[in-house]
Ligand binder design. Structure first.
Ligand SMILES: Nc1ncnc2c1ncn2[C@@H]1O[C@H](COP(=O)(O)OP(=O)(O)OP(=O)(O)O)[C@@H](O)[C@H]1O
Length: 578
């Protein structure tokens, strides 16, 4: 796991090594300062020797200045290394997520991925910063301070043998009790992200159903859980400080008591005033190092579960991959489904497409109609390999879709999804998602085919009109037409419209189909619709029912032979007869 994460350090390796290097220099100087102070007090101040005071004073000032310089350098390199590592980590994760199929994304859930990209990366970044700075500083300081203290006065240093275990055991108990709460709180963040994401993406529905109070309550519940768990953890951790202070004061009292006795009794032969003052400094260093180490341990442990969640992304096997030697050219728009079955969860019992077979000639128009949940969207998603069929095969231009390079295949099969999205940016920028090199003339032509040009021309900024995130400043029908234009710009061999004209009036819908017939005769067009009028002039209409093909034929053939089709037709034309 660590190796996988460290792979993202890359160009920040140098900073990651320089930070602990300067920390070590800083620690060495910090250890020297009390020793120099002791010498200055004993040989200079107590002995009344001014030269010695000046000499040690100068060295002390230099040590402090260099200590500060090393501190600033180590801090700078540490910030650079940890922020850079986090940046690379996020980038690597994002890159991997881009290769995920829908099935992969469903496995993690979108809010789960957001938490991993944000909170989890921040936790790992903090732990990394701690490791290269505090986790180097604290043990070094602890060891050096202990060695220095023992070399100053070994007998008096035995006091630490009482205080260090008390503090060590106390800290361990506090931290091990607090850690499960920290672990829990980061899992609740997933729920928080999920509530926020659901609310914000569906804010229009929330408002139209006046569900704000319910949503606020839902958010408050999760927020309250985070508050409660964090409070418990922080409450336990707050015992650290009094425990630490107790141990420091205990040491001070014992060292002052025994130290003063030594000075008085033996007339400065075993203990001097300067040495006593340096012992006091080392006491604070030793005990605060222990506390620092315990906090680092908590942070590293919190980061461990975050790191595991991050590595899960790197380890995730992408379910849709290129074959070894993929084909980079789709010759035409012929489509063949051969005994295709499909299930989202790899379970035969839950198959939503069963034994589907049909052929489509390149350039023809296919209509797909059927009840809600009958499998229409699932069927067309198999063509550009948004999912792979569980059984059977799908061929395009005589070759299995799995043999094509994914990028090539998806470029040649343009799909306007049922829930299509526009992104923040101008209309031109959104359209160029279809073809980044398209000229302005090509954009206008595609928009004319999709019947979008007329309403774009009414906007003050025309093709430079800014589309808000999610396309909230255009109507549903306008959004659909822009999405169709964007797909047309790909000049695909196969164009799939998954209920993409549902919000467009019937007249405009007819104009779009007319434009398709006349302007892109060689493109295979697959149109999923709820309205018979959207598919009646298709070369072939497929009637779906509960994952099966219930009937295939032209409008007239199905009207005379297929009950479901006739029923839909009659229900939609009843009003017209009156
Ligand atoms: N991502 C998914 N994971 C699991 N099951 C799914 C998923 N998407 C769809 N389904 C299920 O697959 C079945 C077919 O759904 P599909 O969306 O293909 O139907 P549809 O005919 O396009 O419906 P509609 O006309 O309402 O869009 C349904 O039972 C649906 O619940």
């Amino acid at each position: 796991m660590i190796k996988k994460l460290l792979g993202s350090v890359r160009e920040y390796k140098k900073a990651s090594l320089l930070a602990p290097f300067f920390v070590t220099l800083e620690v060495i100087l910090e250890i020297l300062i009390p020793l120099l102070m002791a010498s200055m007090i004993d040989n200079g101040i107590s002995a009344g020797n001014k030269d010695v005071v000046v000499k040690y004073g100068t060295i002390l000032i230099l040590c402090v200045v260099f200590g500060m310089i090393f501190g600033v350098l180590s801090g700078g390199f540490c910030a650079d290394a940890s922020a850079g590592f986090a940046k690379n980590l996020r980038k690597d994760m994002y890159y991997k997520i881009q290769s995920f199929s829908f099935a992969n994304i469903d496995r993690f859930s979108a809010p789960g991925l957001v938490t991993r990209l944000t909170t989890d990366v921040t936790n790992v970044q903090t732990a990394y910063m701690m490791i290269i700075r505090v986790a180097v500083r604290a043990p070094l300081m602890l060891i050096f301070s202990l060695v220095a203290a023992f070399s100053v006065n070994a007998k008096l240093s035995l006091v630490y043998l009482i205080a260090v275990p008390i503090l060590g055991i106390g800290l361990y108990t506090i931290i091990s009790k607090a850690f499960p709460y920290f672990e829990k709180v980061f899992k609740i963040y997933d729920d928080l992200n999920s509530v926020v994401q659901e609310n914000l993406t569906g804010i229009r529905v929330v408002k139209s159903f006046v569900r704000e109070d319910f949503e606020v309550k839902k958010f408050s519940n999760v927020s309250e859980r985070i508050f409660n768990t964090f409070t418990k953890a922080e409450f336990l951790v707050s015992y650290n400080m009094p425990l630490m202070q107790f141990c420091v004061y205990l040491c001070m009292v014992l060292i002052s008591w025994f130290g003063a006795k030594m000075i008085v009794q033996s007339g400065s032969t075993t203990m001097t005033t300067g040495e006593l003052s340096s012992m006091m400094s080392y006491t604070v260093s030793i005990l605060s190092c222990l506390m620092m180490l315990s906090m680092v341990l908590v942070l590293i442990n919190i980061a461990r579960s975050s790191a595991e969640r991050i590595v899960e992304i790197f380890d995730e096997e992408v379910t849709l991959k290129n074959c070894d030697s993929p084909i980079f050219n789709v010759e035409n728009g012929d489509i063949e489904f051969k005994n295709v079955s499909f299930s989202y969860v790899d379970d035969v019992e839950k198959e939503c497409l069963k034994n589907i077979s049909f052929n489509v000639k390149s350039g023809s128009t296919v209509g797909i109609i059927g009840g809600t949940g009958s499998g229409k969207s699932s069927l067309v998603q198999l063509i550009p390999r948004l999912f792979d069929a569980t059984e059977g095969e799908i061929n395009i231009a005589g070759k299995n879709v799995k043999e094509y390079d994914l990028f090539t295949l998806r470029n040649e099969v343009a799909m306007v999804l049922q829930k299509n999205e526009l992104f923040s940016g101008t209309i031109k920028e959104n359209l160029r998602w279809g073809n980044k090199n398209a000229s302005d003339e090509e954009l206008i032509h595609a928009c004319r085919l999709a019947q979008a040009d007329s309403f774009i021309e009414t906007f003050p900024d025309k093709y430079d009109t800014y589309i808000e995130q999610g396309g909230t400043n255009v109507s549903g029908g306008q959004k659909q037409r822009l999405c169709i234009a964007r797909a047309l710009l790909k000049k695909p061999k196969i164009l799939i419209l998954d209920d993409s004209t549902s919000a467009v009036d019937t007249k405009t819908d007819a104009l779009i189909r007319k434009a398709f017939r006349e302007e892109i005769p060689d493109t295979t067009k697959i149109i999923i619709a709820q309205r018979i009028s959207s598919v009646e002039d298709a070369d072939m209409i497929i009637v779906m029912d509960e994952g099966h093909i219930n009937g295939i034929g032209t409008h007239d053939e199905l009207l005379s032979s297929n009950d479901i089709y006739r029923e839909i037709y009659e229900s939609q034309t009843k009003g017209d007869d009156k």
